[in-house]
Design a protein around this ligand. Structure first.
Ligand code: PLP
Length: 429
C-alpha cells in the first residue's frame, strides 16, 4: 500500500489485499495457535530472525499482523505490535528500554490507570518515574540524569484536555538520545505524534480505534525515526548484547529488517516472556473499527464542536473545557498538534457544584453513565464523585477536577439528540 494514500484509504486497505488462497476480501480470523514450517531450514531461519514469519500466536498472527500494518500506516510508522490492552502497551513501551535502576520522565497529566502503573507498579519494579508539569517543556530536560531512558505523555489528556507540547519535548529528548513515547488514545487520525518528533506511539485500541466498545486491546507503533544506535550508552537495552536472544544487539540485529529495532525487541523478548498478546478475534474486531476510524473521528469532532458551543452559551455552565474554547499557550499547542480536529472529550463546570453534577448525571437519558471514553455512543461521568473520589479536594483541583466538573465523551449520534439530552438533564440542576 502506497504511503501516499490518505488516512481514509489506508484505514480500509493498508496491510491487506484479498486472501491469495481464497479470494476473501475481509481479513479472515486466523484462530490458530501455531503454524506449520515449510522445512527444518525454514523453522531455523524464523527463530534466528533471518526472516520474519509466523511461529506461534503469542508472538505473531496473520490477522493481528494486518492490524499492526494498518495502524503503522495510519501513524506513518515503521512497524507496530498489538497487545492485550492499552495498559499492556504503556507498560511494555517502557519496559522495552528501561530496566531496574533506570528512570523515565513523564507528564503529570495522565489517565489514572497509567498514573498508578507509573507511581506504584513501575516503582516496585525498580523503574523510577519522574513526573513533571507539561506546561513547561524545559522541566523535562531538568529532570534528566544519565539513567533516563524515555519521556512519556498523552496527546490529549483528560480532564484538563490541554494538548501536550509534542514537538518541544521530542526535540529536547532527541538532543539527549531520549525517545518521546506518546499515548495517542484520545486523538487517532487527529494528531500523528511521529510527525511532531515522537519516536513511539501507544494506544488503548479499546477506545476510538474499536469504537464499538466490544474489545480491549493495545497497540505500540515504532516510528522508525529514532537513531537508537547513535544514542549509544544512553540506550543500553538496544545497544548491548541481550543474553535472552543469543547476545543479539537489537540496533544491529534489526538492520536487515528495517528501522524496527525497538518493536522487534518488544515482540521477541517482552511478548515472548510476559505474554500479553492480542487475541486474533479482537484483532479482527479492531480492524472492523479501524475501517471507519477517520470517518468517525470527523463526526465525533463535528458533534463535539456543536456541543461545546451549546454548553458555552448555557447559563448553568460556569466554564467549558474543550481545546477550541481555550486561548494562549493551550490553544497554540492544540492548533500545532491536532491538525484534523480537537477531539471529542470535553469537560464543563456546573455552577451548582457537586450536587448539581450528580443531579445532572442522574437525569441523562441518552448519554451513558460510564467510566469510559471513545465509544461511538455519547458518555458522561461526574469525576468528583467517581473516578477522582479517592483524591482530596486539593488533589482533585490539581488534576483539573472541580466539584461541579462533568466529563463528556461525545459520540456520533445526531448532534441535535445529544444536545437535547444535555438540555433536559440541565433542567434538573
Ligand atoms: N490510555 C488512556 C489515555 C486511556 O484512557 C486508557 C483507558 O481508559 C488506557 C490508556 C488504558 O487502556 P485499556 O483500558 O485498554 O487497558
Amino acid at each position: 500500500m502506497s504511503d501516499n494514500h490518505k488516512l481514509e484509504t489506508l484505514a480500509l486497505h493498508a496491510g491487506w489485499r484479498a486472501d491469495p488462497n481464497t479470494g476473501s476480501v475481509a481479513v479472515p480470523i486466523h484462530q490458530t495457535t501455531s503454524y506449520q514450517f515449510d522445512s527444518a531450514d525454514h523453522a531455523a531461519s524464523l527463530f534466528a530472525l533471518a526472516e520474519l514469519g509466523n511461529i506461534y500466536t503469542r508472538l505473531q498472527n496473520p490477522t493481528t499482523d494486518v492490524l499492526e500494518q494498518r495502524v503503522s500506516a495510519l501513524e506513518g510508522g515503521a512497524a507496530a505490535l498489538a497487545v492485550s490492552s492499552g495498559q499492556t502497551a504503556s507498560a511494555m513501551a517502557i519496559q522495552n528500554i528501561a530496566r531496574a535502576g533506570d528512570n523515565i520522565v513523564s507528564s503529570t497529566n495522565l489517565y489514572g490507570g497509567t498514573w498508578n502503573l507509573f507511581a506504584n507498579t513501575m516503582k516496585d519494579m525498580g523503574i523510577e518515574v519522574r513526573f513533571v508539569d507539561p506546561s513547561n517543556p524545559a522541566d523535562f530536560e531538568a529532570a534528566i540524569d544519565d539513567k533516563t531512558r524515555a519521556f512519556y505523555a498523552e496527546t490529549l489528556p483528560n480532564p484538563k484536555l490541554e494538548v501536550f507540547p509534542i514537538k518541544q519535548v521530542a526535540d529536547i529528548g532527541r538532543a539527549h538520545g531520549i525517545p518521546l513515547i506518546m499515548d495517542n488514545t484520545a486523538a487517532p487520525t487527529l494528531c500523528r505524534p511521529l510527525e511532531h518528533g515522537a519516536a513511539v506511539v501507544v494506544y488503548s485500541a479499546t477506545k476510538y480505534i474499536g469504537g464499538h466498545g466490544t474489545s480491549i486491546g493495545g497497540l505500540i507503533v515504532d516510528g522508525g525515526n529514532f537513531d537508537w544506535e547513535a544514542a549509544g550508552a544512553r540506550q543500553p537495552a538496544l545497544n548491548t548484547p541481550d543474553p535472552s536472544y543469543h547476545g543479539a544487539v537489537w540496533s544491529e540485529a534489526a538492520k536487515p529488517l528495517g528501522p524496527i529495532a525497538y518493536v522487534l525487541k518488544a515482540r521477541t523478548t517482552l511478548l515472548r516472556d510476559m505474554g500479553g498478546a492480542m487475541s486474533p478475534f479482537n484483532a479482527f474486531m479492531f480492524l472492523q473499527g479501524m475501517e471507519t476510524l477517520p470517518l468517525r473521528m470527523r463526526a465525533h469532532c463535528e458533534n463535539a464542536e456543536k456541543v461545546a458551543s451549546f454548553l458555552a452559551g448555557h447559563d448553568k455552565v460556569e466554564k467549558i473545557i474543550y481545546p477550541s474554547h481555550m486561548d494562549g499557550d493551550a490553544r497554540a499547542r492544540a492548533d500545532a498538534a491536532m491538525t484534523n480536529g480537537y477531539g471529542a472529550l470535553m469537560g464543563f463546570e456546573l455552577a451548582g457544584g457537586a450536587e448539581a453534577g450528580k443531579k445532572f448525571i442522574n437525569n441523562l437519558q441518552l448519554l451513558y453513565h460510564v467510566a469510559n471514553i471513545g465509544d461511538a455512543r455519547s458518555l458522561a461521568i461526574h469525576p468528583a464523585s467517581t473516578t477522582h473520589s479517592q483524591l482530596s479536594v486539593e488533589d482533585q483541583a490539581a488534576s483539573g477536577v472541580t466539584p461541579g466538573y462533568v466529563r463528556l465523551s461525545i459520540g456520533i449520534e445526531h448532534s441535535d439528540d445529544i444536545i437535547a439530552d444535555l438540555a433536559q438533564a440541565m433542567e434538573a440542576v
